[in-house]
Design a protein around this ligand. Structure first.
Ligand code: HEC
Length: 165
């Protein structure tokens, strides 16, 4: 087969090749999760100590809630948005975190709903600390040692504000 000699066709071919490489590189970044996790300054939040709490202390009723949201949204943008999307709106590559505890939100019984949210908070913290690695592939990097529990709960507080009904 002969390659096109038409300069326009060949230029178009090169442009398409460059585009394909660009997409490949972007996909590779997502697939390998080879990002540098960003430490987060949480000194302005009530400090929680070494032991991880079983549920979010920065609830909407807590005085620190507003500050947790400020820190959480910036920490989310620095560490999570590149995979989970800006403002937690996923582009489809990683789970949409606005829907993370959707099954709890629809529960009619208030007690059961709270228990469900709490269970999901433990699952959230465990996932963020360990990341997601399967068959040697890093789908999500572990954040243990990079993000303090103050930072992780602040991020969770922010994500809670992004819930969709
Ligand atoms: C390199 C991309 C990447 C980064 C960065 C990343 N994640 Fe993930 N995350 C994923 C992928 C992909 C999955 C789904 C993995 C799987 O299929 O097991 C996931 C899963 C999750 C889950 C579980 C969702 C569920 O419904 O089971 C939570 C919670 C989560 N990520 C939160 C975070 C938070 C918070 C951050 C930032 C601190 C973060 N992720 C950073 C890619 C990423």
């Amino acid at each position: 087969m002969r390659f096109p000699t038409n300069p326009l066709a060949s230029r178009l071919g090169k442009a398409l090749l460059a585009l394909a490489i660009g997409i490949g590189v972007a996909a590779g970044v997502y697939a390998h999760g080879d990002m540098v996790p960003q430490a987060v300054d949480t000194k302005s939040l009530p400090q929680l100590g070494e032991k991880w709490l079983p549920e979010n202390p920065y609830t909407p009723e807590a005085p620190a809630h507003k500050e947790a949201l400020r820190i959480g949204s910036s920490a989310y943008n620095q560490n999570c948005a590149r995979c989970h999307g800006l403002e937690a709106i996923s582009g489809g590559i990683s789970p949409d975190l606005r829907l993370f505890d959707k099954d709890c939100s629809s529960m009619a019984d208030a007690g059961k709903k709270q228990a469900c949210y709490k269970e999901m908070e433990e699952y959230f913290v465990a996932t963020v600390r360990r990341g997601r690695v399967r068959d040697g592939r890093v789908y999500m990097p572990p954040f243990e040692g990079t993000l303090s529990q103050e930072a992780v709960w602040a991020i969770k507080s922010y994500i809670d504000t992004r819930r969709v009904p």
